[in-house]
Structures are given as structure tokens and as C-alpha cells.
Design a protein around this ligand. Structure first.
Ligand code: BT5
Length: 273
């Protein structure tokens, strides 16, 4: 019984931890949903306000990008989605994935001190393994954003993974050797998100965040292979620009701008690096 209590997210504790002004102030906690992104999209259509947070203890149909699956076992991870209603151009919305990645890294750093890093554009990694993934979905109407939903999945307390991800995934518990409370971590990520989001809104790009993002990037200064439908290429990652594109320097010195969503980046050495 005690074990069961521990596994359920404690809503009251989360509310006590949260020091945000608007992020997660409208909070929805669930035992299980299909996907927190899907649930948030349903709520968004019913008029849920900017800053609403959906958190679930488990997801029966957790989603990755491009129809991929996100492994979301019960009680061991943070599966959450935040609702944003920014007054920005739709083409700027993909940058919010990078804003969310930065918030996850800061939150984990605050709570654990682990040297987690960002693998451009949407993964948070540690020791070459994936600790967190982010899926941002958007709806527009007549050229305006109706809502943007960044969904964040963080592996917190799992001690094992199903075979399909066991070679590439890790959790905070596996890295630290102890359990981590999810509620304070969610609160730290939301606090960081609120600050970074407001910075983002000022310029409607990542100008105020590139330096920090690049400092936290696992790719910076490393050889990456860009899997581009128009032809793969390889080069040195120079960091992101203010639009969130990854700048890759080719052997001939030419710098190519890699736009997220169109390509996939692989480390030349190992999965994440
Ligand atoms: C992502 O996609 O990394 C985005 C994942 C977003 C998950 C969150 S959870 C809350 C919210 N609700 C949702 O339904 N989704 C969001 P992608 O870059 O396509 O990576 C997916 C790949 O990561 C899979 O194909 C697996 O190889 C791997 N993977 C799946 N589950 C994993 C896990 N728990 N930990 C690490 N890797 C995983």
C-alpha cells in the first residue's frame, strides 16, 4: 500500500512546490490518459487557458514524433503537456520545443545536479542516453495560432526499460542510484519554463537564449551526421542561431543551417554524441 501511495503523483504537494505565476496554475492530474498531448488538445478545444498543465501517472498511447511511440510506464516518469496560446507567427512555434528542452535541463540540474545536456532539437540526454523527449503540437486557424502544446516526457524512477529502448534510454534513478521525487522536479521545470518563455516572447525568437542553449548542448563542437531527405551530410555542430536552427560547418568551411522538423541529427560517435 505504501508503495502504491508513493507511485501516485501528489497533486497537493505539486501545488505547494509551484512558484510560478501562470505556468501550471491550472493543473490537471490524471492516473492514466492515452497521451497528455491528446488530452491537452481536447482541453484546448474546450477553451482551457494559457498555462494549463496536464500531468499523468501513465500514458497508454504516449507519442513521439512522426508517429513513434513513447514508453510511459506507470508511476515512474513525468508525462506532461503545457498549453500555450502565444500571439506569434506559426513558423516560430517550433522554437518552443527548444525553450522546453532548456527548462527540463535547468529543472533537472536544480533538483539533482546531474550534468544533463540537450541533443538538438528535442532530446535531453545523459551519458549518451535519452532521458527526456519533447513533442510539440500546434493548431492554427486562418494563419493564427490557436494553441501550441509542448509535451514533455522525463524518465525519472524506472530501473529498467522495454527491449526496444533499453540500449538508448536512461532514467534519473539509474544515473543517481536513488529515487527522485517527481513533484519538485515538475515544479522546477515549470518555473524554468515560465522564465524562458517570457524571454522568448520578448523577441519572439531565441536570441536571449542561444548562449545558454549552446552551453547546454551535447552537439556543440562535435561531428554530427544530418539525415536530410534531400541527402545526408556531415559536419561540425556550431550551435543554434536565434531561430533555433542548428549551424553545421562542412569540411569545406561552408556553414549550413539545419531546420528542426525537416531532418534528424545523429552523433557520429555513439547514439547521442
Ligand atoms: C520524442 O520523440 O522524443 C518525443 C517524446 C515526447 C513524449 C511526451 S510524454 C508527454 C507527452 N505526451 C505524449 O504523448 N508525448 C509527450 P522522438 O524524438 O520521435 O523519439 C521517440 C523515440 O524515442 C522512440 O522511437 C524510441 O526509440 C525512444 N523512446 C521511446 N520511449 C522512450 C523513453 N521513455 N525513454 C527514452 N527513449 C524512448
Amino acid at each position: 500500500m505504501e508503495r502504491q501511495d508513493k507511485m501516485n503523483l501528489d497533486r497537493t504537494k505539486l501545488e505547494q512546490e509551484l512558484k510560478t505565476r501562470w505556468a501550471a496554475r491550472n493543473l490537471r492530474c490524471y492516473d492514466e490518459v492515452d497521451s497528455t498531448n491528446l488530452e491537452m488538445i481536447r482541453l484546448a478545444k474546450e477553451g482551457a487557458p494559457h498555462g494549463t498543465l496536464v500531468v499523468a501517472d501513465s500514458q497508454s498511447a504516449g507519442k513521439g514524433r512522426l508517429g513513434r511511440k513513447w514508453v510511459s510506464p506507470k508511476g515512474t516518469g513525468i508525462w506532461m503537456s503545457i498549453l500555450l496560446r502565444p500571439d506569434i507567427a506559426p513558423q516560430s512555434a517550433s522554437m518552443l520545443t527548444l525553450v522546453a528542452a532548456l527548462a527540463v535541463v535547468k529543472g533537472i540540474d536544480c533538483e539533482t545536479g546531474l550534468p544533463v545536456q540537450i541533443k538538438w532539437p528535442n532530446d535531453v540526454v545523459l551519458g549518451g542516453r535519452k532521458l527526456c523527449g519533447i513533442l510539440t503540437e500546434m493548431s492554427t486557424e486562418a494563419g493564427d495560432i490557436r494553441y501550441v502544446v509542448p509535451g514533455i516526457g522525463v524518465n525519472v524512477n524506472m530501473t529498467e526499460f522495454p527491449p526496444e529502448v533499453s540500449e538508448t534510454a536512461t532514467s534519473l534513478r539509474l544515473e543517481l542510484g536513488r529515487e527522485i521525487e517527481r513533484e519538485p522536479l515538475i515544479a522546477r521545470v515549470m518555473e524554468a519554463f515560465e522564465g524562458y518563455y517570457e524571454k522568448f516572447l520578448k523577441t519572439q525568437d531565441l536570441a536571449g537564449l542561444t548562449e545558454e542553449y549552446n552551453r547546454r548542448s551535447v552537439n556543440l563542437g562535435r561531428q554530427v551526421k544530418v539525415l536530410d531527405p534531400a541527402g545526408n551530410f556531415q559536419g561540425e555542430a556550431m550551435g543554434i542561431d536565434s531561430q533555433g536552427s542548428l549551424l553545421v560547418k562542412m569540411a569545406d568551411g561552408q556553414v549550413r543551417q539545419v531546420i528542426s522538423g525537416e531532418v534528424s541529427v545523429r552523433g557520429v560517435y555513439g547514439y547521442a554524441l
